[in-house]
Structures are given as structure tokens and as C-alpha cells.
Design a protein around this ligand. Sequence first.
Ligand code: 4GY
Length: 234
Amino acid sequence: MNIDVLTLFPGMFAGPLDESIVGRARALGRLTLKIHNLRDYTHDRHRTVDDRPFGGGPGMLLKPEPVFEAVEGLVGERTRTVLLTPTGRKLTQAIVRELASAEHILLVCGSYEGFDERIRQALADDEISIGDYVLTNGALPAMVLIDAVARLLPGVLGDESSSVDESFSHGLLEYPQYTRPAEYRGMKVPEVLLSGNHAEIARWRAEQARQRTMECRPDLKGPGSADGQVSVDE
Ligand code: 4GY
């Protein structure tokens, strides 16, 4: 997969995407990531990317020209152009899966008070938010999206991932898990997990997942729910 990112803060991307699984995806050649500085698409002496809103009001907006020229230069035949903005549809694991099947994604990060509306209108195939809060710019949301997509690319993770993702596709939180030691500071691992009775263990886990979802995330509602897309990975 190819991902291009258009941002005013390319420096923010150094580090997080070089490490761990995303770093491995890139090293393996499964993911090609290019970060582009929006300022490089300006033509004036001051490299201006923003301007004041018509009609007045606080703050500045990303002006259309640099974004249009950058996007037009970067898109191909099968590009998904995605704006990252709090007004987008909220990112879920289902959307991550959908994006992971794209050949080329172009992420456009919001900055200042927002975009000139024509950017949204003419350039965006999709608008995504990573949650109902406002950040200073779209760089962190872009990295969140890239991270979530990268781990789904074929060959990036081993089998360990598939079970985790499957458990989220049925719309329940994961059941509690334990590793050695069987007792730590007086806290014991539930007996059933040490029993070797796999049918019993599967029943216990299903019940725990149900209880935990009811308690922590009643909005998920379990199998078959249209909301059953949110993933809470611990
Ligand atoms: N939340 N999800 C988000 C964000 C920064 C004001 C528009 C978010 O995706 N992006 O908070 N982005 C804002 C800052 C202008 C972008």
C-alpha cells in the first residue's frame, strides 16, 4: 500500500512511524509512506498556506491553492483522498479495514481553524475524525490512522493479530487475559484458565467478554450491532 500525507508539520512524523509494527511494514516494503510539506506547494515569498475567513470570525483557514495543487500532483487513478478533521465520520475498526484494502491513500491534515470549504467539496473522497475533541492539527490523527491500517496489511503481523481483530468484529470487548505467574502479590489467575478444559475456557471467556462489554461499553451491544465496530485493544 502507498500512503501520502500532506501536512504543515512533516517533522512530527519522524519517529512514531519508524518504530514497531509500522516500521516493520515499511522495512518489509508492504507500506510506502511519503510525507509532504504543504508549504512546498506555495509560490509566494512567505510560503503562505492560510488566510482570514470571508465574513469575519476568529482564526485562519487553509487556503485552497496549495492544497489543490498538492493533491492534484499526488493523486492517481485509484487514490482515496481522506481529510482528517473533527467534522469527519468517526474512525472505527470497520473503517480501518475498509481503508486497508485501498491501493493508495492520500491523507490531508487539517490545521488552523479548518479548511476552505472548496477543499472538502472538490478534493475529498472521505472525511475522518479520530474522536470528538480538537487537536492543534491533523498530524497525530494521520499517524493514528496509518498505524491502525498498517497492522492489517498482509504479511505485517503474524497470526496473533487475526484473532484480536475478529474478536472486535463481533462487537464485544476482549475477555481478561493472564500470563505467568499463576499468582502474583496474592492475585490469582482464575482457576478455569489453568484447568486445560478448553470448552470450559471458551465458555468462561465468552461470558467475561459479555459482562465486560455491558459494564464498560454498553453502547457496543454485541454481535450483529451496527455499532459493533469500535475496538478497545488493551
Ligand atoms: N479530532 N480527528 C482531528 C483534529 C485538528 C482545527 C481542523 C480529530 O481528526 N482530526 O482535531 N484535527 C483540527 C484543528 C482545524 C483540524
